[in-house]
Design a protein around this ligand. Structure first.
Ligand SMILES: Nc1ncnc2c1ncn2[C@@H]1O[C@H](COP(=O)(O)OP(=O)(O)OP(=O)(O)O)[C@@H](O)[C@H]1O
Ligand SMILES: [Mg+2]
Length: 351
């Protein structure tokens, strides 16, 4: 151990980041969640400057003047716009640092970022570069599925198999973990964003009504479900009539929304089924008892656990605070920096 380590420990701070397609969560070691905001950046196209980041920028989606664009720099779980991602990380890391504005902490944290297991080497490097440019002193990239499993307090180090399914915004990450390793993994680009698109298509095809992504998400959050509800609900939806071009509102029921979502839900169900089929028999017995652990915002879709329990014939449990599982896991990993350095090194040697 470096003799300066204890001193560095006092002077610096570490953060874990879940850089999600829909939300970015920053977890400050020893403090907890300090940022939980949508992954959105508003940019003035004329001057090419960042106008707002996070919650404030999300409010601008779909209602910005022509020269202002609200960008989601990550799509399908990968960075599609490097400069904007960098600006966003910069803003959020800066926000985390504000917690120490009255202390003498060095403003260059060590950072762990969770990324989908399917990222390519180029994308992994892009995340590292973005975090470094945003002020990080040292950056570690870890697989989201592993972080989610650790954040969900699953016994990842043990020889028993644990299954985690993280239904996020852009991707659903499925993994079976045993002895600290991912034994089976699947990532599909069907998750919350796709559910929103399903609602847009359904309303367009059935009612000739055009609605935006935000409205579709609001409908999903209000009355979306994957299994029959005790009391089915309805909600008013406003949009533009495709025939007259004028504003129109219709009433839509939770039954219709479920019908709209079922195709995507079943594609995810099939991917989970595939992963279960690929699980080695000795770990399968563990899965049958410990079950499938459901994380990510999609875990909050009412009835998804019940639906899978029936379709897959395994117990399904929603993890504690499913939206924060990855961030919590990355923060827990900060306590094992030496191990991380080893993992990172062996990864670097692989590529
Ligand atoms: N109560 C809810 N019911 C249904 N869906 C929900 C609910 N709450 C949040 N969501 C959805 O969860 C998604 C965001 O989840 P999450 O924050 O886990 O994604 P992410 O980590 O940003 O994305 P990814 O992991 O794909 O990069 C959004 O599509 C959101 O609409
Ligand atoms: Mg996620």
């Amino acid at each position: 151990m470096n003799i300066l380590s204890p001193l560095l420990e006092v002077l610096t701070y570490d953060i874990g980041i879940d850089l999600g397609t829909a939300n970015t969560i920053v977890y400050l070691r020893g403090t907890g969640i300090v940022v939980f905001e949508p992954s959105v950046v508003a940019i003035d196209k004329k001057s090419n400057t960042v106008l707002a980041v996070g919650t404030e920028a999300r409010q601008m989606i779909g209602r910005t003047p022509a020269n202002v664009v609200a960008i989601r720099p990550l799509r399908d779980g990968v960075i599609t716009d490097f400069d904007t991602t960098q600006a966003m990380l910069h803003h959020f890391i800066g926000k985390a640092h504000q917690y120490f504005s009255n202390t003498f902490k060095i403003p260059r944290p060590r950072v762990i970022v969770g990324v989908p297991s399917s990222v390519t080497e180029v994308e992994r490097q892009a995340v590292i570069d973005a975090a470094k440019t945003a002020g990080a002193r040292e950056v570690f990239v870890v697989e989201e599925a592993m972080a989610a499993a650790i954040g969900a307090d699953l016994p990842v180090e043990q020889a028993s198999g644990s299954m985690i399914v993280d239904v996020g915004g852009g991707t659903t990450d499925i993994a079976v973990i045993s002895l600290g390793d991912i034994v089976v993994d699947r990532t599909i680009k069907i998750a919350g964003d796709e559910f929103d698109q399903d609602i847009i298509s359904y309303v367009r095809d059935k009612y000739n009504l055009l609605i935006g992504e935000r409205t579709a998400e609001d409908v999903k959050l209000a009355i979306g479900s994957a299994a029959p509800l005790e009391e089915e609900k309805t909600v008013l939806v406003q949009g533009r009539d495709l025939l007259s071009g004028l504003p129109k509102s219709i009433e839509i029921s939770s039954l219709e929304v479920r019908e709209a979502l079922m195709g995507s839900i079943d594609q995810i169900t099939d991917a989970v089924k595939d992963a279960i089929e690929d699980t080695p028999p000795e770990l399968l017995t563990d899965l049958l008892t410990s079950g499938v652990h459901l994380a990510g915002g999609g875990a909050l879709l009412p009835g998804l656990d019940k639906y899978w329990q029936k379709r897959l014939n395994v117990p399904v449990k929603i993890v504690r605070e499913p939206l924060a599982a990855v961030a919590r896991g990355t923060a827990a990993m900060l306590d094992h920096i030496t191990l991380l350095e080893r993992i990172q090194k062996s990864w670097d040697e692989l590529v």
